[in-house]
Ligand binder design. Structure first.
Ligand SMILES: [Zn+2]
Ligand SMILES: [Zn+2]
Length: 481
């Protein structure tokens, strides 16, 4: 079960350059530095590696092992300090496979430079080892007393892009034991894939109809560590769509009821479900999301989607998003029911470029005006914020597509992690060609990749309560689909 307190994440592009440098054709070790930015979750600190500093002529020696000259370290510290970034030291184990332990020389090299590095950057030195199979291992050198730096191993190192690849430290994140309940699941993709999959920490943002089904999918598939976020209560008109709720649950918090439901359906043992009674735009909800390895966006408000989009790029946590839209004609008959699923991650188009939220409405929501019935009433007929129609079967299909997006991202069957953006139209039974591509050239999100807490955007906050107080019940308040 993954309860990472420390983690490292980097993009596939950064990992590729590092691999090309550190895994030498002549089979010797090599070394380099990198700059990192913090992503501070509620219980996990992640170092986001955002730029490599490769050695220049004469800055390191390769002699079977590799060592760096003081001039290289000085240059690296100067660049880190100038950018306000942390410093990371990377080296390779050309004969190693999987998570790597540390030799006495490794410890000496990292611990011996932790003090100077902290002094220059005010951030802990991060050490990383790359094995021959591409597996990363990492640790933070935390200052515990004056001139004393102690090693804190990461539980995971995540490489994020077209695909999500995670190396786990087994001591901190033990591989799950597949059990008889999961026999058919595991035989579909094999034990190794199941071990890598089930240890991911997955966050489900929104416990509506799609969220409810996604949660069931995670629990049955054997995920061990699930975080549920929602601040809403179950109402009568939710009962046609919440797979976890019954009449007895009316008035209860959605996350309380869903968590209890998942406990009885999880095939992992142990299974941990954490409940966050907050919105993603609350500081608490935002930080809880940063503890996750992958997030399901089951919310349909602009502010929530905007924040999840920011997390996908700035914090390198892939976001599996979807959406359902139902329209009836003027005779009250079903005219269109469309749903979609896609993954916002480095190298794929973001939620804003996919048109999943209107950036202009993010500010409107922050001002509390989306909870103002007069504002909603003034929107044109058929506006996505106005239409609340949904049907359980539509949610089932959408939740299934979102689960498949996540499985492709992590399992990459036959090397294919990207199913593209999927879109389905119920009326006419039209499955659109999957859409591939990238963000618009002017989009700001790809440029924020790996900047984490240093990205310079204050995304969280509180809704303007003066307007929100005017909110009426049974109106447009539901924030998830
Ligand atoms: Zn080593
Ligand atoms: Zn974009």
């Amino acid at each position: 079960m993954s309860r990472a307190s420390y983690s490292v994440a980097m993009t596939e592009a950064v990992a590729k350059v590092a691999r090309n440098h550190l895994l030498r054709a002549d089979g010797q070790e090599d070394v380099c530095f990198a700059l990192w930015r913090p992503s501070q979750g509620r219980s996990r600190l992640t170092a986001l590696i955002h730029r490599l500093l490769l050695p220049e002529e004469g800055e390191r020696r390769v002699h079977g092992n590799a060592s760096f000259e003081p001039t290289f370290f000085e240059r690296a510290m100067t660049e880190a300090a100038a950018e306000g970034a942390g410093l990371a030291l990377m080296h390779s184990h050309p004969l190693g496979r999987g998570w790597q332990g540390m030799s006495r020389d490794d410890v000496r090299a990292e611990q011996g430079h932790a003090g100077a590095s902290f002094g220059a950057t005010r951030r802990p030195l991060v050490g990383l080892t790359l094995a021959s199979d591409g597996a990363w291992s990492g640790r933070f050198w935390m200052r515990t007393a004056p001139r004393t730096y102690a090693r804190q191993n990461c539980a995971t190192v995540r490489v994020v892009g077209e695909r999500l690849s995670v190396t786990y430290m087994d001591e901190l994140s033990p591989p799950p034991l597949a059990n008889a309940e999961q026999m058919r699941t595991v035989s579909a993709w094999g034990e190794q894939a199941q071990r890598d999959l089930a240890r991911l920490r997955v966050g489900q943002i929104g416990a509506g109809s799609v969220g409810g089904l996604v949660g069931d999918g995670l629990a049955r598939t054997g995920f061990e560590d699930v975080m549920l976020m929602d601040f809403d209560f179950i109402e009568t008109h939710n009962l046609d769509r919440l797979t976890y709720a019954t009449r007895r649950d009316i008035g209860q918090l959605k996350v309380d009821v869903q968590a209890a439901h998942l406990e009885t359906r999880a095939t992992a043992d142990p299974f941990r479900v954490e409940k966050i009674v907050a919105a993603i735009y609350d500081e608490e909800g935002f930080r809880a999301a940063l503890d996750c390895d992958v997030l399901f966006a089951c919310v349909d408000r602009p502010w929530g989607r905007y924040i999840l989009n920011l997390i996908a790029y700035a914090h390198l946590i892939p976001v599996i998003d979807g959406g359902i839209s139902v329209r009836s004609n003027r005779h009250g008959k079903l005219a269109a029911a469309d749903w979609k699923a896609h993954t916002a991650t480095i190298g794929r188009p973001c939620l804003q470029c996919l048109g999943q939220y209107d950036p202009g409405l993010v500010q409107t929501e922050r001002e509390g005006r989306l909870d103002d019935p007069t504002y909603i009433a003034g929107l044109p007929k058929g506006h996505p914020l106005k239409t609340r129609e949904n049907v359980f079967a539509f949610s089932m299909s959408c939740a299934s597509m979102q689960m498949l997006q996540m499985l492709a991202l992590t399992l990459a069957p036959l090397g294919q992690p990207n199913p593209g953006a999927q879109s389905y139209h119920f009326v006419g039974n039209i499955t659109e060609e999957p859409a591939y591509g990238d963000c618009h050239p002017e989009c700001q999100f790809p440029a924020l990749a790996g900047l984490g807490d240093d990205c310079g955007i204050e995304a969280t906050g509180t809704r303007n309560t003066a307007v929100a107080a005017a909110m009426t019940d049974g109106g447009p308040a539901e924030a998830e689909y």
